[in-house]
Structure formats: structure tokens, C-alpha cells
Design a protein around this ligand. Structure first.
Ligand code: WTA
Length: 668
């Protein structure tokens, strides 16, 4: 089968009849043991959600003040556990200190430079140690005047200090916004400007595939960037905390830049957790939408934590003996909910790895699994497809028998990748949880429960407790099973976003106007005869490239900001490895030579404006872009062109769309 046919299978029903029921031994000890038990609990959770969620919130979280009302709901604004008070770091740390969990590993970490066979950098923090580190750093934040409600940017590699910084913020009610290390100085500056952050927490570098990522230098550049009126973009920043990580030569600005290790020597390890309102902002995480700049997705305290905790517990069937490894970076929502908050709230052991899966060799993950006895592995389909390509000799070199459960997230998994994961990594014995959710949803929404749900390769199966998904047509009416439509969520849930930072109109318009009264996910979907949900992928102008959400509008605006570009249109094309690849159609200004040099300059331009993650895979020069009579770019046509022909070598292809344009098609 060729590559295109393979990716086309993502949404096919070809494998629908391959059903994998949970193994009896797994179900016997699982939290949820059967479909009957799942159905019963699910029914309760959606017929009387307030009673269900009140019970869960009482059982799972420690509150310093009880709530008065479980839910206050008026589209599009939800308030959960109104009047209640709690603290996230106290729920993730302090509550475990009175139990044997205190001396168990909260975080086990490995740095990338630990090469093959060498005992390199490893660190283990017990709950007690982590608690101490968090208290110290929270006091550092306080010492520099940070207060409840202030915003802080965290721009760190995958090191324990990323979790420590996040938890320290929550301890005193400071709102964090973690920015992925693969984003550029411009992106850092835009985010600082949008949320008016007072501090950046960064490091002198981080290791990725053997090289040092220049995080501090990016921060320096970000703080010097100006907007169109010549004003500094990031002028609200007062202090930059630098973590020593890479022993990298960096610039230290007197009075502004301070060292993490020196600061913690100045403060005490005593820092009481601030009781926070259940609806107090917890974090802002920027994500791409179909228009404009990334939007700051706002999550709040009580509801988010409950969702993170409950989904981690049930979806991964977590127990104290697990070594749980979610491979996501903390810069993405998966890292927030399933590296930090979910596992720690459950008193579990969360494994963290700093670097790339193929450094120094393509067996790094499997070496880690064997060395640390990882029991649960949660990763992305794009990683699984890369492992498939590298070959099964790499996992075969290691003993993977500690694994008992596998998970995937971020994009639809094609059945071939699912089967490979199942056979080669899971040894045919580990259930696979294909989990569908979004930055906006806070936690997993559609997923198998491993002791109960029979799985099928390629579908995220059924909704989690309290979640009411539906597939609807353009009028918002439910479509019959087997037909495609838009995926919406009909009822509010505790972990849902509370808004877009500083732009409630955009919040309403993006999520609540498409299908009146329901949350619109932006995804296309259909249900099979068993009611299983098959996510087809985004139906808006958001691309999913290697599990990263990228807005076509953002990339287009980065391209046209280059002085030689006249117009740009960006579309996705199916890609065997990344799920989708980014294809840009570009027209240049009169007199400009569209050549390989310009193509490279444009890729650099995108890396500068957004970050290396958004660099187009293909840049095609065109004399004009196909437009409808009303002047709208015909994206559907561009998608077909992008998928149909391969650009090879250095040849500059000038696509001639003028003929098509003259046809005046009314498409899109
Ligand atoms: C896609 C990541 C199919 C989907 C947690 C969604 C998936 C977007 C799955 C959110 C899955 C995520 N199957 N598609 N299991 N999980 N997606 O905000 O298109 O980075 O809308 O959150 O990823 O991406 P985000």
C-alpha cells in the first residue's frame, strides 16, 4: 500500500470489525471492570451531573472551604463548585505527606545527554522532596512581589523544575502560562504582551537531539522586540529567572535576570498553600485557532483539577506501583494534565524525559522503559509512526515486559500504527487507550476505559463520565449513525475552558455560535453501529502536524510578513509520518525571483515568527492563487493540488491557477 492510501485509512471503517476486548486478568483488578459498570456510572453522570460531580469532588479533592453550588451554567459561562476553596499544589503534594506516598517517587527524570549505556543524568524527587522544592520556589516568587492573579511565563526544557515552577505558581495563586521551547522569541513576546506577564522563568538552555536549545537567548530577543508603533512588546516583564541547565554561555542583565539556584538560598522552605477560589484562574495556555494569533485558553482551579485527576485515575487505571510515562512536553496541554497535575493529584510516579526519542539512537524510549520499569506509556501517533519507520529491531533489543497499558493522543491513529503499537510494543497484552480531547477541554473526553471497553484500532470509542458528545449537521441536528458531521459537546463539564484570555467575544464566537448552545470542537466525526466515535480530524483551518496544532492563518501571516511575498495560502496534505504536512502556496511581488533561496528564507521567516514547529514542509510558488468570484481563496482546491503532486528537488514549480480561477467556481 502506498503512503497516501495508508493515511487515507485514518477515517476508514476497514478495521471496524477488529475488536479487542479487555483481557480478563486486566479487568479483574481494574477500577472499572466491565461495560455494565461503565454504563451504569456513565448514565448517572449524565442524567444527574450535579450529584455525580459533587460526589467526585468530595471524594477526590481536599477543599479548605466547601462549595455552595455545584454548577452555575449559562451558555457560554460555567462556574463549578461555586464558593468552594482549595489549592492545587496542596492537592498534588501536601495531601500525600501524611501517607506512605510521602516517600515515593513523584517525579523520575532523565536528561537527554545520558547516552547509551552510560549512567548519565537521572533525578528522582519524592513527594516530600518535591513539596520542599515547590515551597522554596513559591517563596522566591513572593520575594519578587508576585501576588495572586499575576501572570508568569514558563519557558523551560523538560526538567523537573518545569513542574516545580508550575506547582509553585499554583501554591500562591499566580497564573502560569507555559510556552513550548520550540516556539520563537516572537511567540514568547506575543504571549507576554497578551497576558501582561510580570516574570519569565527560563533556563540557560535545554538539550534536544544533542544540541542546546537557546531558551535564554530567545527570551532576551523577546524582551527587545517592538510592535508596529515602536513600543516594546514585553514591557511588563520585571524579572527573568534563569535555571542553570546546560552550562551555556548566556547574557545576564543586571537587575533583571536572577539565578534560580541563588534565589532559593535566600528563602525559607515554609510556604503555606493559599486557599484559592474554585473559579480562580489557574493557567493560560496558548493554542492555535482558525483565525488570527493564538488564543489564551483559560482554565480555572477546582473543575480543571477534578477533571485531570479523575481522567488520569480511570483512563490509565492508575495504581501506586505504576511508573507512568506521558511523553508530552509540558508546553502542551497533555504535559499539563498528564505529566504534572493528573498524576501528582493521584499520588502516582510520573516519569519525565528531556529529549528526543532517537537520541543517541532510535531505541532511547525502549531503553528507558526497560531501565525504569515503565508500566504505562502515553504518546502520540506521530511518534508511533516514526518508531514503525525506524524498525522493530529497536524495541526488540529491550525487555518491555513491564508495560501493562498504552495510550495515544493528539491526532487520529491509523489502524496500522495501532496494530504495530499493540503487537510490537504492547506484546499483544496491553490495552490501548486512544484518547480524544483538546487544550480547551482540560482533560480526556472520549476514550476507552481499559478494564471495560472493547477497543477497535482507530477509534477513541466512548465518552468519559459526564461528557455528552454528539455528531451533528450544519443545523445542529444529530446525524444518524455512520454519517459524518461536526463533533459537539452538549453539556458543560468541570474541566472545560472558561474563556479566551482577554477576549470573551472571541470565546463565544469560536466555540458557541457554530451550533447554538453546544460546545463546537472544530473536529469532524462519525459514530459507528456500536456508537463508537471516529474522529476524522479538524474541519476548520487548523492543521495537526505531528500532533501539534497549527493555524493556517498564523503561518500565512508569517509568510506575507516577508517583504518579497505578495500572497500566501497554507493548507494541509496527508503525510505518512506527521499525519498532516504543511504546504504553502506563495505568490511573490513583481520582479522577485522565486527560487530555492527564497524558499529557505521563507521557512526561516516562519521559524522566526512562530517557531521551528510551524516551518512549511513544502513551499510552492504560484503566479496567482485560485479564488472564487468574491475573492476567497479556494482552499479545497489547493488541498487537492497539495495532496496530488509531489515537489521534488530544487525545481521551482510555478503553479498556474489562472485557468481554474477564470472558471469562477463557487467553491468555498
Ligand atoms: C486532535 C491535544 C483523533 C483533534 C490533547 C483535536 C485527536 C486536537 C485525538 C486537539 C485523538 C486529539 N484522535 N484526534 N485521540 N486527540 N486529537 O488542543 O483534532 O493540541 O481537536 O490537544 O487534536 O489538539 P490539542
Amino acid at each position: 500500500m502506498d503512503s497516501k492510501a495508508k493515511t487515507a485509512n485514518i477515517s476508514s471503517f476497514q478495521h471496524e470489525e477488529r475488536v479487542f476486548p479487555p483481557a480478563a486478568e486486566f479487568s479483574a483488578t481494574a477500577h472499572i471492570k466491565s461495560m455494565a459498570q461503565y454504563r451504569k456510572l456513565y448514565r448517572q453522570s449524565v442524567t444527574d451531573p450535579e450529584t455525580f460531580w459533587a460526589g467526585q469532588a468530595e471524594r477526590e479533592l481536599v477543599w479548605t472551604k466547601p462549595w455552595k453550588k455545584v454548577l452555575q451554567w449559562k451558555v457560554p459561562s460555567a462556574k463549578w463548585f461555586v464558593g468552594g476553596k482549595l489549592n492545587v499544589s496542596a492537592n498534588c503534594l501536601d495531601r500525600h505527606l501524611a501517607s506512605p506516598t510521602a516517600n515515593q517517587a513523584a517525579i523520575i527524570w532523565e536528561g537527554e545527554p545520558a547516552g547509551a549505556g552510560i549512567h548519565g543524568e537521572q533525578r528522582t524527587l519524592t513527594y516530600r522532596q518535591l513539596h520542599r522544592e515547590v515551597c522554596l520556589f513559591a517563596n522566591v516568587l513572593k520575594r519578587h512581589g508576585l501576588k495572586k492573579g499575576d501572570r508568569v511565563i514558563i519557558y523551560l526544557p523538560m526538567v523537573p523544575e518545569a513542574a516545580i515552577a508550575m506547582l509553585a505558581c499554583t501554591r500562591i495563586g499566580v497564573v502560569h502560562s507555559v510556552v513550548f521551547g520550540g516556539f520563537s522569541a516572537q511567540s514568547v513576546a506575543d504571549r507576554i504582551a497578551d497576558c501582561q506577564a510580570r516574570m519569565v522563568i527560563t533556563s540557560d538552555g535545554g538539550f534536544r537531539r544533542g544540541t542546546v536549545v537557546q531558551l535564554k537567548k530567545n527570551v532576551d530577543d523577546a524582551l527587545a522586540l517592538k510592535d508596529a508603533h515602536g513600543e516594546l512588546l514585553a514591557k511588563t516583564i520585571e524579572k527573568v529567572v534563569i535555571l542553570r541547565r546546560a552550562n551555556n554561555d548566556i547574557r545576564v542583565v543586571e537587575g533583571r535576570d536572577i539565578w534560580w539556584h541563588r534565589e532559593v538560598e535566600q528563602v525559607s522552605a515554609d510556604c503555606p498553600a493559599e486557599p484559592m477560589d474554585s473559579e480562580a484562574p489557574l493557567f493560560i495556555l496558548y493554542t492555535s485557532g482558525s483565525t488570527g494569533k493564538p488564543k489564551g485558553i483559560l482554565h480555572t482551579t477546582g473543575g480543571y483539577l477534578l477533571t485531570a485527576k479523575l481522567t488520569t485515575k480511570y483512563v490509565f487505571d492508575l495504581r501506586p506501583t505504576d511508573v507512568y510515562w506521558c511523553t508530552a512536553d509540558v508546553g502542551w496541554v497533555t504535559g499539563h494534565s498528564y505529566v504534572v497535575y493528573g498524576p501528582l493529584a493521584n499520588g502516582a510516579t510520573s516519569f519525565m524525559y528531556e529529549g528526543a526519542p532517537n537520541h543517541p539512537e532510535p531505541d532511547r524510549f525502549w531503553r528507558i522503559v526497560a531501565q525504569y520499569g515503565v508500566t504505562i506509556l502515553y504518546t502520540a501517533p506521530t511518534a508511533i509512526r516514526a518508531f514503525m519507520k525506524w524498525g522493530e529491531q529497536w524495541p526488540k533489543k529491550h525487555d518491555l515486559s513491564s508495560l501493562r497499558l498504552l495510550g495515544t493522543v493528539g491526532e487520529p491513529i491509523n489502524p496500522e500504527a495501532w496494530m504495530w503499537y499493540h503487537e510490537v510494543i504492547g506484546g499483544k497484552r496491553c490495552p490501548i487507550v486512544d484518547t480524544w480531547w483538546q487544550t480547551e477541554t482540560g482533560g480526556i473526553m472520549i476514550t476507552p476505559l481499559p478494564g471495560a471497553t472493547p477497543t477497535k484500532p482507530g477509534t477513541a470509542t466512548l465518552p468519559f463520565f459526564g461528557i455528552v458528545p454528539e455528531v451533528v449537521d450544519d443545523q445542529g441536528r444529530p446525524v444518524p449513525r455512520l454519517s459524518g458531521g461536526k463533533l459537539v459537546i452538549r453539556q458543560p463539564w468541570p474541566g472545560m475552558l472558561r474563556g479566551i484570555w482577554g477576549d470573551m467575544d472571541r470565546y463565544q464566537a469560536t466555540y458557541w455560535n457554530e451550533v447554538k448552545g453546544s460546545y463546537f470542537t472544530g473536529d469532524g466525526c462519525r459514530q459507528d453501529k456500536d456508537g463508537y466515535f471516529w474522529i476524522v480530524g479538524r474541519i476548520d483551518d487548523v492543521l495537526n502536524v505531528a500532533g501539534h496544532r497549527i493555524g493556517t492563518a498564523e503561518v500565512e501571516s508569517a509568510l506575507v510578513s516577508h517583504h518579497e511575498v505578495a500572497e500566501a495560502a497554507v493548507v494541509g496534505r496527508p503525510d505518512e509520518l506527521k499525519g498532516q504536512a504543511l504546504v504553502a502556496f506563495v505568490t511573490v511581488k513583481t520582479g522577485v525571483v522565486a527560487d530555492q533561496k527564497l524558499r529557505e528564507a521563507l521557512r526561516q521567516q516562519v521559524a522566526r515568527e512562530i517557531g521551528p514547529v510551524a516551518k512549511p514542509d513544502d513551499i510552492r510558488f504560484a503566479e496567482s492563487l485560485p479564488k472564487t468570484r468574491s475573492g476567497k481563496i479556494m482552499r479545497r482546491l489547493l488541498k487537492q493540488v497539495a495532496a496530488g503532486t509531489e515537489i521534488k528537488g530544487d525545481t521551482t514549480t510555478l503553479e498556474d491557477f489562472s485557468v481554474l480561477a477564470r472558471l469562477g467556481s463557487s467553491e468555498e
